[in-house]
Design a protein around this ligand. Sequence first.
Ligand code: HEC
Length: 174
Amino acid sequence: MSRFIGGFIAAFVIAGVVGFWYLDSGRLDTQALGQKPPAFEAWLAGHALDASVARREPAASDRIGSNDTTLAAGGALYDDHCAVCHGTPSATGVLADALYPPAPQFSERPPDPNVDHDFYVIKYGIRWTGMPGWGHTLSDRQIWTVVTYLKRFDSLPPSVALRRSQGRARWSYQ
Ligand code: HEC
């Protein structure tokens, strides 16, 4: 038994030394531009994120109903704070693949269907990624307004969609 524990500790120490050597020798590529995580890394990180959020997300409160006024307000907040990375219903975010991991484009891959998950992630951000926490910038009510907008991202009423598509020019840098 003590041999087993000794072997286990030795393996642990060797893994630590090899890991330190790998990082210290500069072999880890720290570039972000145009890089995509390998499938295993994406799966592991996604799993850890889901488990962490599920453990901490608060019970739903203060959700905002969806109507033309709240959708327009959510769209304005989204264009100001989020479109640069996540894109609009019709355009890719200019920083989409400048981040590691890349920012998901909500027109192609809608956010998690669980709105409590989305609220939590938007308020607190996601460590080790480009996703900022907005809890010091937006009120809870504003975050719910953006979540409501995201739910309707691919089915916006025509009046709201038109105004948003005019607003997106801001992020095109052209
Ligand atoms: C600087 C770039 C950047 C900005 C600005 C940004 N995000 Fe993100 N966001 C990211 C990245 C990168 C991820 C992916 C993190 C990951 O892979 O776990 C992400 C993830 C998310 C997710 C989780 C997606 C999912 O399916 O689980 C949501 C929801 C989200 N962002 C909403 C927003 C909202 C709303 C705003 C604006 C208030 C915003 N983001 C602003 C970069 C950004």
